[in-house]
Design a protein around this ligand. Structure first.
Ligand code: PNW
Length: 446
């Protein structure tokens, strides 16, 4: 039985996703300031292949043809992000009109092509000048973020019906300030937990500000959630899974949907917990209209560390392919929290694709997508209000610490000439979303 679009509600959204630093390039154009990723990529040893985002997919120049490409896929929506340092090169104060002009053209270009813009305000490109003052460890950054949100919402207004504040605050705090794999590359748990708190505070302050500016638009946040399973039903393994779930998922879900941090993890963090001021939880738990969930894999937790199930298959990131985890996760958050409509804002897989005679036969990615779209449908069947699904990613792009060595795209990018080539997975997605399987004929693909 193959999954069909008609298995989903009529108003279910299918889309593709990208982010600014990963695709745009043009890091020195039209008044853009440096972001922490520009700095990080210049530091030797930070990026596996020694690259950075200076050119990337050159989307800053190629955006009209990229929008044509997205339209040709037949999807309903495009999730993209705005680069803060294009809007405010110093992260505060003067607004760079040329930066706003770019995103206005982009949004209008989507609307002209019948694509709904799903905008993310912060997909990790923090202005470097704010990092020089501590970045997210500095509480002031939360308020700077709300100002930036105001500037963007005032310009784009109701043309954008969906605004997400943050993409994956776990990554921009823990991975960035504690584990050190992402910019700015610090290794300090206390700093990371302060950063996480200020990210969540900034989210709440931005929601408050945007409510009045774009009253008709949906406001939300995107979290990367990873269901944590115990390696066995032994007590120690169950406790390890509960701890992993707490640090990864509940630490972000609870402040948003319950206005508190999870007590078990708060205690475990000891001296490293953040300073919470009066009113902070009122901000973090501002009502939101949607929750974005980025799902890639699960964790399997044992008392002595994580376990890699040997019967499973793994992607080029080394991430286990586990579609059931997506269903389990959605059912679980729907049970444990009062959640607004949920979007799968990212889901996808990296594989070492090769161009063969002008084609890319990415059979494993097709299987990955099929299984996860099916898993999404299963969650809908089990009563979860899932409103949409976005494939990560539209095209191959700059995969952070892995540079260009990991390809997540449905569309292959030849970085030598910036050619875009539809992989088999893009053709499969096109068939799914255009209801070709429901009997609607489309022009045959050569
Ligand atoms: C997400 N982890 O990143 C991001 O939103 C995308 O920009 C990125 O390209 C995509 O997933 C694939 O990596 C993550 O270590 C990076 O758990 C790392 C992790 C999770 C998500």
């Amino acid at each position: 039985m193959t999954i069909k679009r008609t298995d989903f509600p009529d108003n279910f959204i299918f889309g593709v996703a990208t982010s600014s630093y990963q695709i745009e390039g043009a890091t020195n154009e039209d008044g853009r300031g440096d972001s922490i990723w520009d700095t990080f990529c210049r530091e030797p040893g930070r990026i596996q292949d020694g690259t950075g985002g200076d050119v990337a997919c050159d989307h800053y120049h190629l955006w009209p043809q990229d929008l044509d490409l997205i339209q040709s896929l037949g999807v309903d929506a495009y999730r993209f992000s705005v680069a803060w340092p294009r809007i405010q090169p110093d992260g505060k104060g003067p607004v760079n009109q040329k930066g706003l002009d770019f995103y206005e053209r982009l949004v209008d270009g989507m609307l002209e092509r019948g694509l709904q813009p799903y905008l993310t305000l912060y997909h990790w490109d923090l202005p470097q000048t704010l990092q020089d003052e501590g970045g997210w460890v500095n509480r002031e950054t939360a308020y700077r973020f709300a100002e930036y949100a105001r500037v963007v919402a005032e310009r784009l207004g109701g043309r954008v019906r969906s605004y997400a504040t943050l993409n994956e605050p776990w990554c921009s705090s823990i991975l960035s300030y504690q584990i050190g794999e992402h910019a700015p590359g610090l290794q300090d748990r206390r700093a990371a937990l302060a950063a996480a708190h200020h990210l969540l505070l900034g989210h709440g302050e931005a929601v408050k500000v945007m409510r009045d500016i774009v009253p008709g638009s949906s406001l939300g946040i995107v979290l990367n959630l990873q269901p944590a399973y115990p390696a066995s039903d032994r007590e120690e393994d169950v406790a390890a899974a509960r701890f992993a779930d707490g640090t990864f998922n509940r630490w972000f879900l609870d402040p948003i949907f319950r206005g508190e941090y999870p007590a078990d993890i708060w205690d475990a963090y000891g001296e490293d917990v953040p300073t919470v001021q009066d009113g902070d939880f009122a901000a973090t738990s501002q009502p939101i209209d949607f929750l974005g969930v980025n799902y890639y894999s699960r964790s399997v937790n044992g008392a002595t560390g994580n376990v890699r199930p040997s019967e499973s298959s793994y992607t080029h990131m080394g991430w286990e392919v586990y579609p059931q985890g997506l269903t389990d996760l959605l059912v679980r958050i729907n049970h444990d929290y009062t959640v607004p409509p949920v979007y799968i804002t990212e889901n996808g897989a990296a594989y070492p694709d090769e161009l063969e005679g002008g084609r890319v036969h990415d059979a494993q990615r097709v299987e990955y997508f099929k299984a996860h779209v099916q898993a999404t449908s299963d969650a809908v069947q089990q009563g979860v209000n899932v409103a949409g699904y976005f494939a990560w990613s539209l095209m191959d792009n700059f995969e952070w610490a892995f540079g260009y060595s990991r390809r997540f795209g449905m569309v292959y990018v030849d970085y030598g000439n910036q050619q875009r080539i539809l992989k088999d997975s893009a053709k499969w997605y096109q068939t799914l979303v255009t209801r070709q399987d429901a009997g609607v004929a489309l022009p045959a693909d050569d």
